[in-house]
Design a protein around this ligand. Sequence first.
Ligand code: BES
Ligand code: ZN
Length: 594
Amino acid sequence: MARPDPHSYLDPDQPRVQALDLALDVDFARHVLSGRVTLDLGAPAAGALDLDTKGLVVHAVTAAGGAAVPFVLGDEEPILGRRLRLDLPGGTRRVAIEYDTAPDALALQWLAPEQTEGKRHPFLFSQCQSIHARSLLPCQDSPTVRTPYHAEVTIPDALAAVMSAGPAGDRAGPRPGTRTWLFEMPQPIPSYLVALAVGDLASRDLSARSRVWAEPGTVEAAAYEFGGVEEMIVTAERLFGPYPWDRYDLLVLPPSFPYGGMENPRMTFLTPTVLAGDRSLVDVVAHELAHSWTGNLVTNATMEHFWLNEGFTVWAERRIVEALHGPDALALAWSIGQQALDGSVARFGAESPLTRLRTEMAGVDPDEAFSSIPYEKGARFVVALERAAGREAFDRFVRAYIARFRFTSITTEQFLAFLDGELPGLADRVGARRWLYDVGMPADAPVFRSDALEALTALAEGFAAGTRPTPAQAAAWSPSELLVYLQHLPRQLDHGACAALDAALALSGRGNHEILVEWLTIAAGSDYEPVFPRVREVLTRVGRMKYLRPLYTALGRHQRTRQLARDVYAAARPGYHVLSRRVVESVMESYDGA
Ligand code: BES
Ligand code: ZN
């Protein structure tokens, strides 16, 4: 049998799990979740059932009535982990697995109190996308399988728990000092959207259907930053139809969270680096919110179709940005995305198979293939379709697409077939198959321009020739304008220019991490010593991979900044997520040849 998902042991000839019932006991002392998961197969089944696991210790497997179910754990494979094969006795409809997670489970980061804002309580969060749910629970860890879930999570009673699910009450826990929190996700979701966080959390209501959770010391700032979320939801609903998941809550994590945001249904997870203080980075929320339709309702069947999630979502995010902030803000967003795209294409090489939208990923670790290509090339492909169809027709198409595939997981080819049916000839007119199956960027990719954008990039490109913004000009820039300006400056500047730039634009003191990191990347790459303390501070506090990669890469340019990187990493490593460590280590490996 050919594996339908190269990243899962899922066997399509076996029963599919129809519902999950999860009981987790959170042990902060041992960094272990003791779990019991009950898999409901929907109908009586018999014989083999293959599940994905990684690092799990399986204690017992039982069928209804407590009868032991024979099981074998296969050998560890590098990307996949270990297959757990159950041998179901005839007539098995529900099977329960008792297990422990590993202290180094890839889905989990356990934070000591010092790594939190409040410094008094430990913190735990999960990040399952793309294939880490199997280190949290045994499951068919492929997005082709969707299940509703119910969960009961036992935690120390000073803490709070949130999940990618609706809250369903809490009760006294099984031991003194514990409480059990209940959750219900009635809609079918793929395993990568199972999510949990536990910590000293407070919340503030943002609207009748939205609330933000964060550590008490951060929650007021978070409530201000996301104060516009209801307007964003209403805008998204106008574009894509009624919000389908009941509540839309947000969780602000400690700064080691390795991503900007994660679209866990009903509970978007966010890096605290989006708390710029002026709402200037809330496009991350627009993005995660947009996944409520593109990604969480209509889901990629496997990681080989990841562009369906992210390309559509970046397109949707920018439609929201356009509706809320207008065409100039939109042109800036596309320009910022272009920089990310160029960076990823340069990193892989223009001929790399990873520059395709539809990828082949057998033997490829999704975390290593991760880049801006599915996002920004994907979004440009969607715009090519939108421009060729005309906006009205394309908006109708998108609504029909969402209606046709809601709560299902689909391939690129299913998308193409639906497109050909709804808008005959369109795919051929834009060269859709080229976009999807060829490497690199098509020569006729959409361009995005505005007079303001052009003036800004021209100003930056004149830097080497001595052109500078006037103080009045610079003072009038929005945060995105300043970012675009910095992105178009030369990557190395002499120290006089660094000093003048920092003095004129107060860059090292910025709270907007996009601007701060862009500046520190230029300055560190220029071996400009006055920023070294700030570089150290950012790299020690923040674990977001998007910032670690460029900063550590820039530090690789010069002898003494390489040493700075090694020193900082030695100190910061214990606080980084495993995925962040991997990114930094791969960047630093390339120093040695330099
Ligand atoms: N779903 C992604 C994050 C992700 C992708 C995690 C693949 C693990 C594997 C999320 O929606 C995302 O794209 N986040 C971006 C934010 C953005 C593009 C505005 C990020 O983290 O930077
Ligand atoms: Zn996304």
